[in-house]
Design a protein around this ligand. Structure first.
Ligand code: A3P
Length: 361
């Protein structure tokens, strides 16, 4: 150790004397910085929790329990790891990049729920009916966007409103929103679809009070499917809406005037019931999603008679109104209707470029 000479000691005393307030200020800054960082981390995690809850809440619906929101926090699309904390990108409500446009009673709800098993899919909770109801459409795209669930960047938002398919104004309106939107059309064998539609209408009429249903639908609810589907002279009654909706080609024509054929994926609803996974792989491919939905996501429920859904945290079947027992329909009437639909089905196959193999007897 060297003795401190006079000048150096004076300098040291001077330095220490002068730096005390600076030291205090530096200490204060360090404390403020630590406080700021602590609050920032707390704030970030609080915001993330709220957003995750919003994502889960926004995508929940009456059919399914809320399935937990899944995230990749490995630095992939879900999150980015910085030096000492995980930073999650913000979620926002986005307009849908894909829409299930119909057909009603062909498995539109099952399709949406099954697709939502994919970690990159967020679904709108209910049927939004933006493009088919004038009062909603007039509220504007911002109203529609606010009906969408929260999603992370890289996720696909999907909604389903089956009446889009049969409403004339809808194709143009959807194109005006996004000309490259992807459309999913799920179809079933047309006579089965009509019987399913009849079963639903009858069930609704039975539960609705007389003040909320028109007298014609009350009368229809009391009539059998056979009485409604055939006129008294035995000809097919196309004025009966459940039959008219099954004439798929008449509605599809309008969509093909507005959208390119490759923009519309036709999903076979009968195959989706039998074995969902191969159908879902086709759809994942169409939507540009990596295949993530697999056999582990389904189990067959013998009581319900349908596949139910499963993820890491929950098992769930669709609600009772999906998979109703159909009334017995006279096989002669079924045969007659299938013969009638044969020619119309062929026109549909020609439009989509695929033979669905629906029975003609
Ligand atoms: P039914 O109730 O007549 O059997 P949508 O959701 O478009 O209204 O379609 C309802 C139909 O989805 C049901 O008609 C049912 O056949 C079909 N569906 C397809 N997969 C299903 C599933 N896993 N669980 C219940 N219903 C399913």
């Amino acid at each position: 150790m060297h003795p401190v000479d006079g000048d150096a000691a004076a300098e040291c005393v001077l330095l220490v004397g002068l730096s005390r307030p600076k030291m205090a200020a530096a200490l204060l800054s360090v404390m403020m910085m630590s406080l700021f960082l602590t609050f920032h981390v707390l704030y970030d995690s609080a915001v993330y929790s709220l957003e995750s809850a919003a994502v889960a809440g926004g995508s929940g619906n009456a059919n399914m329990v809320v399935l937990t929101s899944r995230m990749d926090i490995s630095g992939g699309p879900g999150g980015v790891i910085f030096s000492n904390r995980v930073h999650f990108p913000r979620t926002s409500r986005r307009l849908p990049q894909a829409i299930i446009i119909g057909v009603r009673k062909c498995g539109t709800r099952a399709l949406l729920e099954m697709l939502a098993l994919h970690p990159r899919v967020q679904k709108a909770a209910g049927e939004v009916h933006f493009f088919d109801r004038d009062d909603n459409y007039q509220r504007g795209l911002e109203w529609y966007r606010r009906k969408m669930p929260h999603s992370f960047r890289g996720q696909i938002t999907i909604e389903k409103s089956p009446s889009y398919f049969v409403t004339p104004e809808v194709p143009e309106r959807i194109r005006a929103m996004n000309a490259s939107v992807k459309l999913l059309l799920i179809v079933r064998e047309p006579v089965t679809r009509a019987i399913s539609d009849y079963t639903q209408l009858r069930s609704h009429a039975a539960t609705a009070s007389s003040s909320t249903t028109s007298s014609s639908s009350q009368q229809n609810a009391q009539r059998s499917f056979e009485q409604l589907a055939l006129r008294t002279d035995g000809s097919v009654n196309l004025a009966y809406r459940p039959l008219a909706i099954s004439l798929y080609h008449t509605f599809l024509l309008r969509w093909l005037e507005v959208f390119q054929r490759p923009q519309i994926l036709i999903v076979n609803g009968d195959l989706l019931i039998e074995d969902p996974v191969p159908q879902l792989h086709r759809i994942e491919n169409f939507l540009g999603l990596e295949p993530r939905i697999g056999r582990h996501n389904f189990y067959f429920n013998h009581t319900k008679g349908f596949f139910c859904l499963r993820n890491e945290t929950a098992d769930k079947c669709l609600r009772e109104s999906k998979g109703r027992r159909h009334p017995r329909v006279d096989p002669m009437v079924v045969t007659k209707l299938r013969r009638f639909f044969g020619e119309h089905n062929q026109r549909f196959y020609d439009l989509v470029g695929e033979d669905m193999g629906w029975p003609e007897e």
